[in-house]
Write a protein that binds this ligand. Structure first.
Ligand code: GDD
Ligand code: MG
Length: 371
């Protein structure tokens, strides 16, 4: 192939032909407990829809309609909600691991449903603004075995750190290293040649990050980087979930699943907001939730049916389904489990997590001695 023919491929509008998508959604979502005790992480509501809807809409908007969900934990929740995928304009198939097979094992486990030559694989918890066709174009142009989307972040230690050479070829893969040699990290979207997936050992847990990528690199195989600076966030921790949700509400994070109803807050059908309540910072109020007079919600994620009583303050926190925050309580950087009841004037700060159904009496938990 001449370099000219490479250029022609780059402008090929049909870059999505013979491409299928796989979305890995089988993780336990432990860092988002207790919310993930009752729902898998990709099904938690964000800006009014399950998180996965944003990702599936992005895949569909790129012209890819054939999507396989690699499920494990709480697999039935996905199929009950999405069915055959037709409402989102995609054809969805489900493959369930009886025992969690890890990220690499999860990809290998769906092989029987893969007929395309090139497979786009997504971690199911990434909120992103990248046009996936650009990643596919990089893959076509480089002829790599695997193409990996990378983004720069300020602290790479929680991610896969991925150094590259001057041609953008990946030279190493260091999952969650304390000593990252670069700020480029694995953004959790890959294009695999189908033949590479066939090489992953079947029937046992395999980490794509700790086993498959290091092995390919040690064999001198070609992993190409696609680096960009589009919006990107892994939604796996409460801090990131709250930030990502607020970014969706405010229109900072793109999503084809949302219309132009973006602003400082989003209030869903059947929710009540009393006069004098303040909703800012990308706050989202779920269906049937009630916000009392003079409550102040800043960057709050209030799930369906939750109640925030008069004068309560909720900042950068998630309030689970049907939970109640009592009058004048203060909730900051906290996760409140489904159906929990936080009494009047309680203060919950800095990473507190209240388990589902737990009841804290009025004034029963405070960080200060103020009345
Ligand atoms: N099917 C299946 N089976 N899916 C799984 C399994 C499994 O056993 N384990 C995890 N997953 C899914 C999760 O549901 C999630 O969507 C995705 O794989 C990644 O798992 P996380 O647990 O969220 O991994 P991480 O955030 O710590 O790290 C990964 O993502 C980072 C970027 O967001 C790694 O790929 C890092 O290298 C990467 O930087
Ligand atoms: Mg993650």
């Amino acid at each position: 192939m001449t370099s000219e023919s490479h250029v022609e491929v780059a402008s090929d509008p049909d870059v999505t032909s013979s491409v299928q998508a796989v979305v890995l959604v089988g993780g336990k979502g432990t860092r988002l407990r207790p919310l993930t005790l009752s729902a898998p992480k990709p099904m938690l509501p964000t800006a009014g829809v399950p998180f996965l809807t944003h990702l599936l809409s992005r895949i569909q908007a790129a012209g890819i309609t054939d999507v396989v969900l690699g499920t494990s934990f709480q697999a039935h929740v996905f199929s009950e909600y999405y069915g055959d995928g037709s409402k989102l304009g995609v054809r969805l198939q489900y493959v369930t691991e009886t025992e969690p097979l890890g990220t690499g094992g999860g990809i290998r486990n769906v092989l029987d449903d893969l007929t395309a030559d090139n497979i786009l694989v997504f971690n199911g918890d990434v909120l992103g603004g990248t046009d996936v066709r650009e990643i596919l174009t990089t893959h076509r142009n480089s002829g790599a075995d695997v193409t990996m989307h990378l983004v720069p972040v300020s602290d790479p230690r929680a991610f896969g750190c991925v150094p590259t050479d001057e041609t953008g070829r990946v030279t190493d893969f260091l999952e969650k290293t304390q000593d990252p040699p670069t700020d480029q990290i694995n953004a959790g979207t890959y294009v695999f040649r189908r033949s590479v997936i066939e090489e992953i050992p079947p029937g046992r847990p395999v980490s794509v990050e700790r086993e498959v990528f290091p092995k390919l690199l040690s064999e001198g195989r070609h992993i190409q980087a696609h680096v960009d600076h589009a919006y990107w966030r892994d939604m796996g921790t409460p801090e990131d979930f709250v930030r990502g949700s607020a970014d969706l509400v405010r229109g900072i994070a793109p999503s084809p699943a949302l219309g132009d109803r973006r602003g400082e807050s989003m209030v869903h059908d059947g929710a009540g907001v009393a006069p004098g309540a303040v909703l800012i910072g990308g706050t989202v109020v779920g269906r049937g939730a009630e916000i009392g007079p003079r409550a102040r919600l800043d960057g709050a994620v209030v799930f369906d049916g939750a109640v925030i009583e008069a004068g309560a303050v909720v900042e950068r926190s998630i309030v689970g389904f049907g939970a109640r925050i009592g009058p004048r309580a203060l909730i900051r950087d906290t996760v409140i489990g489904d159906g929990a009841d936080v009494g009047a004037r309680c203060e919950l700060l800095r990473g507190a997590r209240v388990w589902p159904g737990v009841q804290i009496p009025d004034g029963g938990l405070r960080f200060s001695t103020d009345v």
